[in-house]
Design a protein around this ligand. Sequence first.
Ligand code: FE2
Ligand code: FE2
Length: 373
Amino acid sequence: MWGRTPSLRARETVHMVDSLKRPDVEELRPGIKRPAQDTILTPRFYTTDFEEMAKMDISANEEELQAILEEFRTDYNRHHFVRNDDFQQSWDHIDGETRQLFMEFLERSCTAEFSGFLLYKELSRKLKGKSPVLAECFLLMSRDEARHAGFLNKAMADFGLQLDLGFLTESKSYTFFKPKFIFYATYLSEKIGYWRYITIFRHLEAHPEHRIYPIFKFFENWCQDENRHGDFFDAIMKSQPQFLNDWQARLWSRFFLLSVFATMYLNDIQRSGFYASLGLNARDYDIHVIRKTNETAGRVFPLVLNVDHPKFFALMDESAAANLKISEIGRSGAPKAVQILQKLPHIAKIAGNMLRLYLMKPIDTACLEGSVR
Ligand SMILES: [Fe+2]
Ligand SMILES: [Fe+2]
């Protein structure tokens, strides 16, 4: 069964700090947090057509994939994820809303990392003996993601509550994507993950007074794992030019770029207090991460979004404001039916804006040759 590797089971130790429990945290059992409810904006778990992936002929880019496999084998971060003395203290001083937002950040990150672990682990299992290079790459990437998820889960324990990753494996619903879409989605989530981690790291390097918790010191080497994972998906897609060079690829690249960017933007603006606690402006941070990820994606996608269009972030801002209204209504305590009616105009606003963003003329990456590619 997925996720029941010994290394992860060992991390599921129960930690409980009674004084830190908040009444609004739902526990599965003492010290173990019930996973956050699935919404359109929470991290997803994926599954795919393993047969189709096993049949893929990667010979068009095998050399690059082999080189990436060698890098994975080197395992640069073998000794990186070790909890040092910096963690050995009480974190009670991080309290109130900051604590809640921080826990949420850890949970979302842990869930996202763990979802990568599950998918890569299952892919390595299903491709074993059929597509050896890919199978080993997936295995070594699942190793990295297990480390990341485990490290975050231990950080959650510092705040009194962990996730039961075994329970998460069984209780989450899985979204099916054909291999092509798995590649678009995982490529983007790895690259955006890289830019998110490195941007926080660089900011805190310049402003150590905002480093409220030691985990951020680990982000520099950590994000290099994500960067390598992203490069792996870049190389796979290049081995399958049919995934990149038809009109469908153009439509789907736009779709995935927009959904990854909008999900992050709406989520982060809703949690701007967390970024503020690190001395970051959530909006500026997201704009930077989106610009960088979009630029990076131009190395493989046939097009990227025109994030410099004067309406691009204006439409994102309106959508983020509508999303805030939706969550306010959700907290209002009004009857469900009333809430649905109240939410409708805001949902329609977001949907309309997303459509406008999707239809905005993209930038062909062929014309970027020599600049960001
Ligand atoms: Fe990761
Ligand atoms: Fe990754």
